[in-house]
Design a protein around this ligand. Structure first.
Ligand code: PLP
Length: 472
């Protein structure tokens, strides 16, 4: 079988790419025009002629990697995408090879068992009772539940559908009621507003929650917002809190928000896509204190847990709420059967699904819980150290003191200057960072994802930014 030979070719090329990346000598990002790439990768010729094996495969992979953005490069500081642990990458390969699509148990029993285990592991980190064996499900018992989805955006939609199941149990038959309201801060990830729109809730149904100078929801403002919603003749579908926010990485005060929601019977959804990973660290879990008061939590392993794209989790305090989020029938898949497992399909938008849990599990089993915790702690501490360093530089300013691994800063000058600096850094290929707006101003944004990034890289970045600010 040519697979063994070709797998060796691919792994050799990946190892070379990895070695070059971690040494940090090559450009972290190189964006050639798309037409040149279509041409240079010989896509048309390969598509018509076939034969992507052996030497052809080696050439193709080399060229592909040459134009890939290097996440393993220590100057990769841009987005909340995991720098994958090699064990997770190998798990992606196993999944790609076996392709156990796991819509239903029989399509991927091992993948389903791992998903069940991973969901329970996350539930326990939140502080919720895990599911007993799902086959012996007692619907009256209150225990947590969950499902893995292809990304945090889909996970947020799924959690809000579970909330709708409680607020409007007849929505699938009668349509979504017009009086539902969604309470969220403008700092929430855009996928929240998008999910609301998909669920038929327009802008008028969304209530922006007041925030403090760090972009965190102000709990004292909540009674006023609840009153306004009621006066407008609406019912809250859910209140969405962040753990942590996308732009600057701050955590909402979940304890106080949780109690306010409990008193009113309002569904609390915590978007922990990025920051729920603080729960793995005994030292950092205080950041998300009160998360157990939520009704639903979204937690992405493909952000802060070194897991290759994608592996997001929707977790609910009461498994029954997720079980009743969907009610469609599909006779070719859903029918009474005596099976030794459990179908996750009833809990998701997706039908065909990758073995998402395998990717994360391989990382967890490789690093161990302690290893994962020390990675998260290191990245959060690095953001703090970088904050102290950058704040002390003349002409530099940070948006807020970081709580997670996200740090926003800017140099003296207009928003356009920040964007121009980022553009120049990217075209040089020396540093890859992102930008974000916060409190009406544009900041350069670092997300410390790479376990090899150090203060040396931060110092070099500052030097580059200073030089570009003087002569953009
Ligand atoms: C807080 C938060 N929620 C949700 C998402 C969306 O996750 P995904 O990109 O996996 O769809 C993001 C992405 O950055 C995020 O930061």
């Amino acid at each position: 079988m040519s697979f063994t030979r070709d797998a060796r070719i691919v792994s050799r090329e990946l190892s070379r790419h990895y070695g070059e990346s971690v040494r940090g000598r090559d450009a972290v990002i190189r964006q050639r025009p798309i037409e040149d790439l279509v041409e240079g990768l010989e896509l048309r010729r390969l598509a018509s002629g076939g034969g992507l094996q052996g030497r052809k495969l080696r050439r193709f992979v080399r060229r592909y990697l040459d134009s890939a953005t290097r996440l393993h490069h220590p100057a990769y500081l841009a987005h909340q995408v995991a720098v994958p642990h090699p064990s997770g990458s190998l798990a992606s390969m196993i999944d790609g090879f076996t392709n156990n699509a796991m819509a239903i148990y029989e399509m991927g029993p091992a993948a389903a068992a791992i998903e069940f285990f991973v969901v329970n592991w996350m539930l326990e980190k939140i502080g919720w009772p895990p599911s007993p064996s799902p086959r012996h499900h007692q619907v009256s018992a209150a225990y947590g539940g969950g499902v893995l989805t292809h990304g945090g955006s889909l996970a947020n939609l799924t959690a809000l559908l579970a909330a709708r199941g409680r607020a409007a149990p007849r929505a699938w038959s009668d349509g979504a009621p017009a009086d539902l309201a969604l309470l969220a801060a403008a700092e929430s990830h855009y996928s929240i507003a998008r999910a609301a729109g998909i669920m038929g809730m327009g802008r008028a149904a969304r209530y922006d929650l007041p925030v403090d100078a760090k972009g965190r929801i102000v709990p004292d403002s909540l009674p006023g917002v609840f009153r306004r919603v009621q006066e407008d003749g609406r019912r809250p579908l859910a209140l969405v809190a962040n753990a942590c926010s996308t732009a600057v990485g701050t955590y909402d005060p979940l304890e106080e928000i949780g109690h306010a929601c409990r008193e009113r019977g309002i569904w609390l959804h915590v978007d922990g896509a990025h920051g729920a990973s603080a729960l793995v660290s005994p030292a950092l879990r205080r950041l998300a204190a009160g998360i157990e008061l939520a009704d639903s939590v979204v937690w992405d392993a493909h952000k802060l847990m070194r897991t290759p794209t994608l592996c997001a989790a929707v977790l609910v305090r009461d498994a029954r709420t997720l079980d009743s989020a969907f009610e469609q029938e599909a006779s070719y898949l859903f029918h009474d059967k005596d099976q030794p497992g459990f179908d996750f399909i009833h809990r998701t938008v997706e039908c065909t699904k990758a073995a998402l849990g395998l990717r994360f599990f391989a990382v967890l089993a490789s690093l161990g819980e302690a290893g994962l915790a020390s990675y998260v702690e290191r990245q959060f501490a690095l953001a703090q150290e970088a904050y102290r360093f950058i704040s002390g530089q003349p002409g530099f300013e940070c948006a807020v003191e970081p709580e997670a691994n996200i740090l926003c800063f800017r140099v003296e000058g207009p928003d356009q200057l920040q964007l121009a600096i980022r553009s120049r850094l990217i075209s040089r290929g020396s540093h890859y960072l992102s930008t974000a707006e916060f409190n009406g101003r544009r900041f350069l944004r670092i997300t410390f994802m790479n376990p090899l990034t150090s203060m040396k890289d931060v110092a070099l970045l500052v030097e580059n930014v200073r030089e570009l600010a003087a002569a953009p």
